[in-house]
Design a protein around this ligand. Structure first.
Ligand code: S3P
Length: 171
């Protein structure tokens, strides 16, 4: 079984993926961490040294590689992964289940406020400008996320609840 988690930055893809994989006893890969290990550099450094286009190319290659090499896994993607280079098509073709962890703009703003530093796309945005930035960005990205097989509303839900609800969808 291959399960892919998609969603905006800070929607909980990594924490949900980790706990879900533990409970289902499946291998877990976080695509950002995988890229960092392969490159021996943080995402932040890859963006600053080589730029976003280079990162998207790597992300595209690594997504296919990970899905081709693992027939059973939980994969957490980066917030932009489904939105570039036909990656969402790849996700839909090569996974059994894909899940969009959907959060509202206010919920995302609250989460991202405290976690901007490691995220190159938002690190220079003032907190007061985050609602507008995230609103526009999500408007562009949502059509990709929404292609996932399951859409899970996550506002106000803790990690355990989200994982339990995903397991119910997978059964
Ligand atoms: C990105 C999200 C990040 C990371 C990179 C780009 C994006 O992952 O892949 O900074 O385009 O939304 P998270 O969703 O884990 O923050």
């Amino acid at each position: 079984m291959r399960v892919v988690l998609v969603g905006y930055m800070a929607s909980g893809k990594s924490s949900v993926g980790k706990l879900l994989s533990k409970e289902l006893q499946l291998k877990f890969i976080d695509l950002d961490e995988y890229i960092e290990q392969q490159q021996q550099k943080s995402i932040k450094t890859i963006f600053s040294e080589k730029g976003e286009v280079y990162f998207r190319k790597l992300e595209h290659e690594m997504l296919s590689k990970v899905l081709d090499e693992n027939k059973a896994l939980i994969l957490s993607t980066g917030g932009g992964t489904p939105c570039y280079g036909r990656n969402m098509e790849t996700i839909l073709q090569k996974s059994d289940d894909s899940i969009y962890l959907q959060l509202s703009i206010p919920a995302l703003v609250e989460r991202i406020k405290g976690e901007k530093e490691e995220r190159p796309l938002v690190k220079n945005i003032d907190d007061e400008d985050l609602p507008e930035f995230i609103g526009k960005h999500l408007f562009e990205r949502r059509p990709y996320y929404a292609q996932a097989k399951h859409i899970l509303e996550c506002d106000g839900k803790d990690l355990e609840t989200v994982v339990t609800e995903i397991k119910q969808r997978l059964l």
